[in-house]
Design a protein around this ligand. Structure first.
Ligand SMILES: Nc1ncnc2c1ncn2[C@@H]1O[C@H](COP(=O)(O)OP(=O)(O)OP(=O)(O)O)[C@@H](O)[C@H]1O
Ligand SMILES: [Mg+2]
Length: 364
């Protein structure tokens, strides 16, 4: 998969920027605050119809009324035009210039995997961070998953409203709670099954990906920790009625699931170094890329923000070699050119960003 051409209009500190991108690796170099992350964010928003870091309206350039990202991508032998428009009152997604009503019909056309500063929270951060990261990936490759997740959240909201209401009565009639609990369990089962399968698929790839990058022998794997028992979720949820009524929210279910990142038999949460955490996230990206490839016959696009800091020269090279060999279209941002020169292969393209303006550089 490849972005051929992308145009940003009024997106954050970009007024108007068009870029023709080729295959392979693209470096975007710039000092702090010039627009490196913003550019990657634009591609992320184009793929996923929302930012990973802010509300939609923050994407609009100050004093402007809308932000727009437009791109032509090639996927196999298909050309697809994608457009995202964000205004103060909402956003629009267009596929080949036709507005798409359901975002689940839009997401998945452009597959991206990303390494963003926020992703450093993945290993040691909260369960919510991990769920979000995995859901973003699953949502891209499986539109049923995205729909199921939406339905689950809808039932969850209804159940929480009911819990609130029932908790205010002295002797709550649980008939309605039974019904809604069954609905919740039905959606939960689908989500748990998909997550279980995904972790299994990822685990068949992660150890090699991590070893390839780190040069170490540790086995990297993910452990899925569903918060409810899968055998009989309804029975399980029923045993939690009292607790739920007391808290006035649903305490168990896929919205409370977690994943543990393991190096050998140890939870990486308490042992992984900064560089190791980075390599784990990158190994996950590599596994994601393989899974996308299996499903679509094409690799996704890599968006790597400031990925080189905290990686030593050997690991930086390993990463670049991997990206080069697998012919993944990649955009990497970095603050300095010095570290690049060492490993650059003549195939990579180099751009300089200054105050929201990107220009290709030709190294002597
Ligand atoms: N909506 C907006 N309109 C105009 N400018 C914005 C908007 N949102 C952010 N900016 C500006 O964009 C600038 C660049 O931000 P960006 O995060 O892309 O920097 P960066 O090049 O990644 O820097 P760093 O190396 O520090 O990560 C910031 O100075 C910020 O003030
Ligand atoms: Mg940045």
């Amino acid at each position: 998969m490849k972005i051929e051409k992308v145009t940003l209009t009024n997106f954050r500190n970009y007024v108007k920027q068009t870029m023709n991108l080729g295959s392979g690796i693209h470096f975007i170099i710039g000092a702090n605050g010039e627009g490196k992350t913003n550019f990657l964010e634009a591609l992320y928003v184009l793929a996923l119809a929302k930012s990973y870091r802010v509300e939609d309206t923050d994407l609009i350039r100050y004093e402007e009324e809308f932000a727009k990202i437009q791109a032509t991508i090639t996927s196999g032998d298909r050309h697809i035009d994608l457009t995202m428009i964000v205004t103060e009152i909402g956003k629009k997604a267009l596929l080949n210039n036709n507005e798409v009503k359901r975002l689940s019909d839009y997401i998945g056309n452009l597959n991206v995997v990303s390494f963003l500063p926020e992703d450093m929270r993945l290993v040691k951060g909260s369960p919510r961070d991990r769920r979000y990261y995995m859901d973003v990936f699953l949502g891209q490759v499986d539109r049923n998953y995205l729909d199921d997740l939406g339905k689950y959240k809808h039932v969850l909201k209804q159940r929480n409203e009911l819990l609130k209401k029932l908790s205010e009565t002295r002797k709550p009639d649980e008939t309605l709670l039974d019904v809604i609990t069954e609905q919740l369990a039905m959606q939960a089962e689908k989500i748990i099954a998909r997550r279980t399968l995904f972790v299994k698929e990822a685990n068949s790839l992660l150890a090699d990906a991590y070893r390839g990058l780190s040069g170490k022998r540790d086995t990297f794997s993910i452990q899925y920790l569903p918060s409810i028992s899968y055998d009989d979720p309804v029975a399980f949820l029923k045993t939690k009625y009292r607790q739920d009524l007391l808290a006035k929210v649903t305490n168990y279910g896929p919205h409370r699931d977690d994943y543990d990142f393991m190096l050998d038999q140890y939870s990486a949460r308490s042992i992984a170094s900064q560089g190791e955490q980075r390599m784990m996230v990158l190994a996950l990206n590599m596994a994601f890329a393989e899974i996308v490839f299996k499903l679509k016959g094409e690799k996704p696009i890599f968006l790597l923000d400031d990925v080189f800091s905290e990686l030593d020269a050997t690991r930086q090279n390993k990463l670049l070699e991997y990206l080069d060999k697998s012919q993944i279209q990649t955009i990497i941002t970095t603050t300095s050119i010095n570290e690049i020169k060492k490993h650059i292969n003549e195939k990579a393209k180099i751009y300089r960003v200054t105050r929201g303006y990107i220009k290709e550089e030709h190294l002597a």
